[in-house]
Structures are given as C-alpha cells and as structure tokens.
Design a binder for this molecule. Structure first.
Ligand code: T1G
Length: 704
C-alpha cells in the first residue's frame, strides 16, 4: 500500500489547496519541502488556479523544521520551499491553526497573506534550541512588523497567541468558525486578483524607520547579558535582525545562513536539542498498556494550607481546576488563603498576572472545614508537616472518606510512600506527587511510585501534573526519591569543601559562572538555614553514622538563619537581598575546622565544580542501577526543572558526558582513595568507564 503523501494538492473553486500532512505536528521532515515545492509549481502552472492556500492537516499548521535532522549531514537543497512560495505569480494564503513555529512561520511569512484561527500560536522559537531562524525569518519578520518587535520575538522565542500576532501585523485576519479550509478558500478568492503581490521581502518602510534608532541592538544585548551569559544563540539572533536593517534582503539571507551554520553543531545547540527531546521522553513510562484507563481529573483537594499546600492549590486554580483546601483549624485555612491572595496580588503588582485573571483564579480555590467536604474530589494531595506521625492519620482519614477511584497523593519530599500507604485499604491508589518550592512556580513534579501503586494511579498522577503545567517525572520510592537524593551529595560536598578551606562566595561564584542564577550558599540563605538544620537533626536521630555538618549548625546556633535574619552564610543590608561575604563567617569556619582538626587549603574553581557535580553524577548512577529512575535523561529533566541547572548545558548527565565517563570515574576513584566510602564509584559508572557508552543513554534497564 503506497505511503500517504506528506503534502497534498487539490483544487476547489479555483483555489489550489496545499495541505501538509506529516503527523504529529507537520514538522518539515525529509520530503516535506520538496512536496511543498511540487504543489506550488502545480498550482502555478494550472490555469484553473487563481490563488493558493497553504495549510496543515491534523492539529497544527507547521511546527518548524524536523529537529531530529539537526546535527546530521543534510544535502543542501537546490531550491528552498520558502523562496519558491515567495516567487510565485499567484497569491498564496497561509491558513494557520495550532502552531506555526520556526520554519512553519517562515513559510507563512514567505506567503503573501496570513490568516489564523484565534486559538493558533505563532513564533520563531529557534533560540530555545540554540539556533536561529534559518528560513528567512530574521529578514522577513523585521520587514513585516519592524526590527524591534521582531527582535523581541526572535530573542525570546515565545509563542505568540494569534490575536496578539494580528495586532503586531503578522496575521492579516483572524477567522472564526470551525472550517478553516473553507474560510481560507473564500479569503483567497477575495484577494486573488490583487496586484502587486504583497511580498514581505519588498516591505522596507519599517526597516527604514528603525534606522533612526540603531541603538536598539546594543540595548537588547545589554538587557540579555545576565540571562544569556555563556550562550551564543541569543546574540546571533540579534546580529541577524541587525543585518536586516543594514543589508539588502538577499545579503541578509546569506548572513542569516552563515550565523545559523555557526550555531547548529555548537555544544549549546546540542544540549538544548537534547533537553527538548528529554522533556518529551520523560512523559513516557515503558510497558504501560495503551488501553489502560487513566483516571480523569476534574476536581482536586489539598490537605494542608501551608506554603506548599497553598502553592499546590494555586497550581490547580492557575490551570482552571476547582480545588478545595483543608487544614486542622479554620484559622489555619484562612491564614493559608490569605497567603494565596497575597501571592496573586504580588504577581498582579509585578505585572506578571492580570487583575481579571486573578479574579478568575481565586474563586476556584475553596476553603473547606471537613474531610467529608472533599470526599467527591478526583484527587487529593496531602501537604501537611513532613512527619510520618502526622501524615499517617491524614491518610487513614482520606481512605475512610474519599470516593472509590480517587487518587490519594502525598507531597512528601522524602518519606516512605509504602509506609504511608499501609494505613489505607487501597494502597494501589496511593502515590507521591512531590512538588518543588514554590509549588505554583517550579515546573517539576516527581511522581513517586509505591510498591502497590497501580499503573493507572501513576499514569493519572503523571497526566494530572501535565494538566497543571508541570513536567511529570517518574521516581522510585527511595530516601529523597530521585531529584533530592541525587542532589544530596552536592549539598554535602559544598559544606565539606568549606571545612577544607573553600569559601562560600568562591563556591557560589563558580556555580554562577557555570550558569546558575544563584550560588548554592545564597540559595541556602534564601530557603533558611534553620530548615536544613532541622532535617539534619532528623537524619542524625535516625542514623548514628550520619555525617554532621558543624559549620552550618554553628551558624544556626548563632541565629544566622539567612535572609530572614539578615545573616546566614552571608550578611544582608536591611531590605536588600544582595549577599555580602561576612568576615564573621570566615572566622567561624576557621574555628570549626581547627576544632575538627582539618588542615585548610586552597581550592581551584575546577575542583569545586567537579566535587559538587561529580558527587551527584555518582549518586544518580546508583539511582539508575536500582531502577529508581527510568532514564538518565529523566534525571537531567529533574535537574533542569527542579534545581535550575543551566539549560544550555543539557542537564547533569549530558554535562558529565562532555567530560566522559572515563575521566569522571578516574577522578571519583581518586577521591574514593582520598576521602573514603562516600566517594565509592557506582557500578554503572565503572562499567561505562571500562566498556564505553555515555551517561545520557543509560536507562534503568541497562544500568540494573
Ligand atoms: N521536530 C521534530 N519533532 C517534533 C517537533 C519538531 N520541530 N515538534 C514536535 N515534535 C514531536 C515531539 O518530539 C513529540 O514527539 C511530538 O512531536 C509532539 O510534541 C528552519 C531551523 C509544537 C508546541 O522549536 O515546541 O524550524 O514524543 O509533545 O506539547 O528556521 O512540540 O510524541 O515522539 O511537544 O503539544 C522550530 C518545537 C524548529 C517547535 C507542540 N520549532 N515543538 O507541543 O506536543 S527549528 C520548534 C514544540 C526551525 C527553521 C528552524 C512543541 C509544540 P513524541 P509535544 P505539544
């Protein structure tokens, strides 16, 4: 049976309709551009055709070039479909639904008219995968909407809703109604005889205007300096748009292609492409049967109106879900509700949320005063104090009142899911839903699988996470689950190095230079050193061999909790969050090190970086060996969305692969000899070092 054509052409009422049909998102994979060229030429040469329409089949217009093809050798096409579209003598209307992104929007910009349904989104997000628009977008978009607006879109890579795209001048007309094809044909008939054809390449008035403000490019470079440090693509995007104001169209296209070529195979682009696909892979659980019934979540409840509970309730309300919130007393619930109201008000004040949007979301959160009031909810997320003796009675109560089929989830960040489930008669409905603080902001959701958690419960929790804008990641039930467990050695090594002579400000500078928005010691001060001290006390109580950390304990004893007390690892001026190195801390460090008999020494920045991240790479290898994570790339997604790991470095394992398992193993084995058991190399690491292979391809199956 012949393969379905990737591009179809048919004629209706004198209009040639070109339909891209390359599921799932009509990416411009192999054969698509040639198909478009053939169809356009068919329309061009058919006297019955007065004008043409370009559209996508299925759920989208065109989501851009096929990202899987990047980094692979590709024949340079003799002709590009953008140019063929541009050069026709008959008008072509791009009819957009779903997404017109990257090469997709560039095809639409090469067309002579663009119409869209209001729900469509358009954009040039290439910078998000470390490249720039390579299909004429950096030369056509500035001509259509002006260099300033074009530069903002191309450097941010954001997806623009169609109504805003209309305002900007990208879209000529928004079409209501459900039959886009019909609407497009009527539109094409209306403009069929209009001449000359409005070719974007010929539109130079906005370019001329911009020449009055040549400083805009330097201003943009300055404005992105902090966020785009260590990256190339955002600056190449600016340079390409700048070229559109200085060079004739064809010369500008050459500049665009040259800049594109400089980025495609750079480490930054490879890391960002890896992250793109890793974020899609993390949603898939191997062996899940296709016909499994996944519970539908329409209503939610949260137990505990504290910081986490409030943030979780906001996550549901932010995505349109009605959510009930319960706490031990009406006062506690009201306190939680007030915190939620305050958080929304701050977002409105900052301009990141519209007043009317807040007024839509707040009523979705309903304070209730009994377990019975939440009995009919599809899912309940428990977010009470992180003590087993507090959580178990809550789950016993939930088991008694919640309707059959409801998901019983805990937001615990480390406690044993199986232990919690023992107090219920339906352990199959129990799982972990570990949100990261602030829960309404952080995108990562660890779905923790208990021994008796049903596959449908896990699938339901994963889907719930995606429906509230989270990246759901599968995690096995182990102390600290996957994210925190892999991070814990990092947190220990940072303090041990300070005992040995490194200073907090040196460690923080290394991690900020590496690409983190903030160093780990400054983050500690933000979160509150008393929180860390409390969890260390719990661990020391549970494990006599637990390695105490006398320096941070001393800081807490001295009331240095961090920003909230004006002093922690750093000191802070009143009303200012800027961390200032504090000689008092240096003295405490030296005193404690002396008392511990530790000879202090100098550290290189490279040693600091490796000690921190190799410690976590080693632990993450053990997690994979134990099957507590499905794939190495899942761990990377967790570090990107749970710990702010610099995205253009791909993730923990992707970064470690740049150094290579051999060298990572050699270094860790050296520290194993020097520091002892905590640096014992994981078996997986040793195997990869000895037999070859990369970290990022490691899966639980192989690692086990
Ligand atoms: N190439 C290859 N595969 C793609 C793809 C693409 N451009 N976009 C999506 N997929 C796959 C994805 O991996 C997943 O596969 C499935 O489609 C559904 O995607 C010349 C150089 C469009 C907003 O950057 O942002 O054009 O996991 O789960 O959440 O200038 O996909 O099912 O096997 O993400 O509804 C520019 C990338 C390319 C857009 C839909 N375009 N895509 O989101 O579904 S560079 C982009 C997205 C370019 C030109 C340049 C999103 C989406 P699988 P999904 P979604």
């Amino acid at each position: 049976m012949s393969e379905k054509p990737l591009v179809r052409f048919d004629i209706e009422d004198g209009i040639g309709v070109i339909t891209i049909d390359n599921p799932p998102v009509n990416a411009l994979g192999p054969g698509v551009s040639d198909g478009i060229i053939a169809a356009v030429e068919q329309g061009e040469n058919d006297p019955r055709v007065k004008a043409m329409v370009l559209m996508g089949a299925g759920r989208s217009f065109i989501a851009g070039a096929d990202i899987r093809q990047f980094g692979k050798p590709r024949p340079t096409p003799a002709r590009r479909s953008y140019d063929v579209i541009d050069q026709t003598s008959k008008p072509i209307v791009a009819a957009i639904h779903g997404f017109a992104l990257g090469g997709g929007l560039e095809h639409a910009l090469a067309c002579h008219y663009r119409i869209a349904v209001p729900s469509a989104k358009v954009g040039l997000p290439e910078v998000l995968i470390g490249i720039l628009p390579g299909g004429g977008g950096t030369q056509r978009l500035p001509r259509l909407i002006g260099p300033k607006a074009a530069m903002e879109l191309i450097v941010s890579g954001r997806h623009v809703p169609a109504p805003e795209a209309k305002q900007l001048g990208i879209i000529d007309e928004l079409v209501e109604g459900t039959d886009l094809r019909r609407e497009a044909i009527s539109y094409a008939q209306r403009i069929a005889d209009r001449r000359p054809l409005p070719r974007v390449r010929d539109m130079n008035d906005k370019i001329a205007q911009a020449q009055a403000d040549p400083g805009m490019f330097e201003a943009m470079r300055k404005s992105i300096a902090r966020k785009a440090r260590n990256q190339q693509a955002p600056y190449h995007c600016i340079a390409a748009v700048e070229a559109s104001t200085r060079e004739p169209f064809e010369e500008g296209l050459k500049t665009e292609r040259r800049l594109f070529g400089e980025l495609e195979n750079a480490d930054e682009a490879k890391a960002l492409r890896y992250a793109f696909f890793a974020e899609r892979e993390v949603t898939k659980i191997p062996g899940q049967s296709k016909d499994m019934v996944i519970p539908e979540i329409k209503t939610a409840a949260v137990i505990g109106a504290g910081t986490m509970g409030g943030g979780i309730a906001m996550s549901f309300a932010d995505f349109g879900f009605p959510v009930k919130i319960l706490d031990v007393t009406p006062e506690a619930v009201e306190k939680g509700m007030q915190r939620i109201r305050d958080n929304y008000a701050i977002s409105v004040k900052r301009g990141s949320l519209k007043q009317e949007e807040m007024e839509k979301r707040l009523p979705r959160i309903q304070a209730v005063d009994s377990f019975e009031a939440i009995a009919d909810c599809d899912v309940v997320v428990e977010a009470v104090f992180e003590e087993m003796s507090v959580k178990k009675p809550v789950f016993a109560k939930l088991d008694a009142v919640m309707k059959p089929g409801a998901l019983l989830l805990t937001n615990s960040s480390a406690l044993d899911i199986d232990e919690i489930a023992t107090v219920t008669k339906r352990p199959e409905a129990v799982a972990g839903a570990h949100f990261f603080s602030p829960a309404n902001v952080m995108k990562l959701l660890e779905v923790v699988v208990g021994e008796k958690s049903a596959p449908s419960t896990i699938a339901g929790a994963m889907k719930m996470g995606r429906s509230i804008g989270k990246i759901s990641a599968y995690a096995g039930n182990t102390d600290g689950f996957v994210a925190n467990r892999s991070r814990a050695p990092f947190n220990t090594e940072m303090v041990l190095m300070v005992e040995e002579g490194a200073l907090p400000e040196q460690v923080d500078k290394v991690m900020v230079d590496f690409g983190y928005p903030m160093g780990p010691f400054a983050v500690g001060d933000l979160a509150g050193l008393d929180i860390g001290a409390a969890s260390r006390r719990r661990r020391a109580a549970a494990d006599p061999n637990y390695r105490k950390l006398p320096i941070p304990d001393r800081l807490v004893e001295l009331g240095r909790y961090g920003q909230k007390t004006g002093a922690g690892w750093y000191r802070y001026e009143k009303g200012d969050r800027t961390p200032h190195p504090d000689p008092a801390v240096k003295r405490i460090i030296e005193e404690v090190a002396q008392q511990m008999g530790i000879q202090q020494r100098a550290f290189t920045d490279e040693e600091i970086l490796r000690r921190l991240l190799f410690a976590s790479v080693n632990e993450a290898c053990k997690i994979l060996e134990e099957g507590k994570a499905l794939r190495a790339s899942d761990v990377d997604v967790m570090w990107l969305h749970g710990f702010g790991f610099p995205r253009y470095r791909g993730g923990l394992f992707f970064w470690a692969d740049q150094i290579g398992p051999k060298e990572v193993y050699r270094q860790i084995e050296e520290w194993h000899q020097r520091y002892g058991a905590r640096w014992k190399p994981a078996d997986l690491l040793q195997r990869l070092a000895e037999r070859g292979g990369s970290f990022r391809e490691a899966t639980a199956e192989v690692a086990g």
